[in-house]
Design a protein around this ligand. Structure first.
Ligand SMILES: [Fe+2]
Ligand SMILES: [Fe+2]
Length: 158
């Protein structure tokens, strides 16, 4: 997973993740730090194996590790994190060994991750894993959460 190591050791990636984690220290709703990103990566990869999508493992992990990277900017100025995130991700990925087509695919998935995707396989994996990663069944903010009742996870699927 050399190209994932490229992301994890990137100074701006580390700084964005720390910024998000600091801003969410007292947040009672779902958080978006490294732990969440890794949950999403692993769930997306499990689904990919189950469904035999054949999507490159590093593409899945890169999309998941970067999908919420725009959160700190959203807290700061209200800009939509899926759009800002795709721009930040593109910049970070340009310092890695992913090629231009792969970077486009990853950034497209990040742009689409907030709503049910009509996009490609990676977008769909990211969207579903993001939702499935949340432990709604033990959340203290369950009643205040904006998710529709039907979306809330009542048990563990992955
Ligand atoms: Fe998100
Ligand atoms: Fe997320």
């Amino acid at each position: 997973m050399n190209r994932i190591e490229n992301i994890l050791s990137d100074d701006s990636y580390k700084s964005y993740i720390s910024d998000i984690e600091n801003k969410e220290k007292n947040r009672k709703f779902c958080c978006h730090g490294l732990e969440h990103c890794l949950d999403v990566a692993r769930i997306a990869y499990i689904i990919s194996l189950e469904e035999k999508t054949g999507i490159d493992k590093e593409l899945i992990y890169a999309a998941a590790l970067l999908h919420d990277i725009g959160r700190a900017a959203e807290y700061r100025d209200g800009s939509p994190h899926h759009e800002t995130g795709a721009e930040i991700a593109s910049e970070i990925l340009s310092h890695t060994d992913f090629n231009q087509d792969e970077i486009k695919t990853i950034c497209h998935a990040i742009t689409c991750h907030k709503s049910e995707s009509d996009g490609d396989g990676l977008s769909s994996l990211l969207y579903r894993a993001d939702k499935l990663s949340r432990c709604c069944f033990r959340c203290e903010a369950y009643d205040e959460c904006y998710w529709d009742e039907g979306m809330k996870n009542k048990t563990i699927l992955y």
